[in-house]
Design a protein around this ligand. Structure first.
Ligand code: ZN
Length: 320
């Protein structure tokens, strides 16, 4: 309810706000349980599993017409392109991403498709971390009354606010059934150094660079290894409007980009390869081999609790 209130969704307004969450089909995942716990009659609440075929989601959303649409950013991206092609016709006042990183590029795409919607980012974990933006793009306030969040490096040493951490240690302050003490979470985050102008005392996450186990290591010009963070792939691939969905897979002979492109946009492949190659070289990677594989569809979401895993390494690699 705090998350909804921070977006400006008031439960006791005359017309009950209509909330649609497209979440995990698995009761083990947060995005399944959290909406259920919010369905207490204050809102019109609807849950749709992210494993539903897109055509069916479009049909249901056209009937439900949500005031708030919540979902994994990769799913929101797919729906944005459905809306662009006029198959989807909804105008939510609020859009909220969560469960995967909402990149700046994706936020811009959503703003282009739904210019009147406020696009918020939510970050949370199964273990109980909750965080939410007080204004779109303003950084996510960690709910520090619910837990102690320590941003640390590889050796569990605290990292100062403003620097990127390697992981989070989380201590839960509300679950007495399953106490969690300094539990290791592999998300790499940066906290803001400044207090927020909204006056809330909670610190804010200014950046999430993905999970440390999604970092890909490539050979550098000097023969060492270069750590390539997921954010480096997101930044490039999500800046291309033509890409509907993507997956980056590292194999022993290079990086494979599996791309679902909007019809007739194959011409963009060369510039995607060129742009990513340039970014990787700027990081110090020696002659990155990039193979682009256009596809009609990309796997399904059922193996990962409905989330889309967009970076995969098929190499057995250990960080240097
Ligand atoms: Zn604030």
């Amino acid at each position: 309810m705090r998350i909804a209130a921070m977006m400006g969704i008031v439960p006791f307004s005359v017309k009950r706000p209509r909330i649609v969450t497209i979440g995990s089909p698995s009761p083990l995942h947060d995005s399944y349980r959290l909406p259920l716990s919010m369905d207490i009659g204050l809102y019109h609440y609807h849950m749709l599993p992210a494993t539903t075929p897109v055509e069916e989601l479009v049909k249901k959303l056209n009937i439900l017409k949500p005031d708030l649409l919540r979902g994994f950013p990769s799913m929101l991206g797919l729906l944005a392109s459905e809306q662009l092609q006029s198959r989807l016709q909804i105008n939510p006042r609020f859009i909220a991403g969560g469960g995967e990183a909402l990149t700046e590029e994706m936020r811009q795409q959503l703003k282009v498709v739904w210019p009147k919607s406020a696009v918020f980012d939510i970050y949370g974990t199964q273990e109980g971390i909750r965080s939410m933006e007080c204004s779109p793009g303003g950084g996510m306030h960690l709910f520090e009354d619910l837990g102690i969040i320590e941003v640390v490096d590889e050796h569990n040493r605290p990292v100062p606010d403003g620097s990127l951490g390697h992981k989070i240690l989380f201590t839960n302050l509300f679950s007495f059934t399953l106490p969690i003490i300094r539990y290791e979470i592999s998300d790499m985050v940066t906290l803001d150094t400044e207090p927020c102008s909204c006056g809330r005392p909670f610190r804010r996450i200014s950046q999430i660079n993905g999970r440390n186990d999604d970092v890909i290591y490539l050979k550098s010009r000097t023969g060492d290894q270069v750590a390539v963070h997921p954010v480096q792939f997101w930044d490039v691939l999500e800046s291309f409007r033509e890409i509907r969905q993507y997956q980056v897979v590292q194999e022993c002979d290079g990086i494979y980009l599996h791309l679902v492109l909007d019809n007739g946009n194959e011409a963009v492949i060369d510039s995607i390869r060129e742009r990513l190659g340039r970014e990787l070289q700027a990081l110090g990677v020696s002659k990155p081999a990039i193979h682009v594989k256009p596809a009609a569809t990309l796997g399904d979401r059922s193996g990962n609790m409905g989330k889309w895993k967009n970076i995969i390494s098929n190499l057995n690699q250990t960080p240097p």
